[in-house]
Design a protein around this ligand. Structure first.
Ligand code: NAP
Length: 110
């Protein structure tokens, strides 16, 4: 009997995040193999990934910081697509865009 072809493989960055972990769950349920990157595989917040249906067979978790390209490369190997969900937050002070809109009326308001 012929063996079934390998599942299409995709990468999801920041796999332990809110949106990304739901995406990993969805992809596994739709018949994809998933390479998920997380910054710290031992962080308890990432443990839920291993509990997903199909994770044991079709999920690989990679340790990778998005700011280190060399660390991300192994997670991309063999993938047909990448869902880049990881969201590095800048260390410098963030500007509240709503506050700046209210404080700086445009030409139409003058
Ligand atoms: N949640 C929403 O309702 C919503 C709606 C629209 C759009 N979005 C967008 O969707 C994206 C994800 O949102 P989210 O709510 O899922 O955020 P989240 O739960 O905070 O997830 C962000 C992920 O990015 C990872 N990350 C941060 N810096 C990283 C780095 N340097 N290298 C690797 N990974 C890094 C975090 O990993 P660690 O766990 O290691 O910190 C975390 O897993 C954001 O761009 C957000 O603006 C979200």
């Amino acid at each position: 009997m012929a063996s079934s072809p390998p599942l299409p493989r995709v990468c999801v960055t920041g796999g332990g995040g809110y949106i990304a972990s739901w995406l990993v769950k969805l992809l596994l349920s739709r018949g994809y193999a998933v390479n998920a990157t997380v910054r710290d595989p031992r962080d308890p917040k990432n443990a839920c990934l291993e509990q997903l249906d199909g994770a044991r067979e079709n999920l690989r978790v990679f340790k990778a910081d998005m700011l280190d390209y060399g660390a991300v490369t192994p997670a991309l190997a063999g993938c047909e697509g990448v869902f880049h969900i990881a969201t590095p937050v800048p260390e410098q002070e963030m500007v509240d865009p709503e506050a700046s809109v209210h404080l700086s009326p445009g030409p139409a308001c003058q």
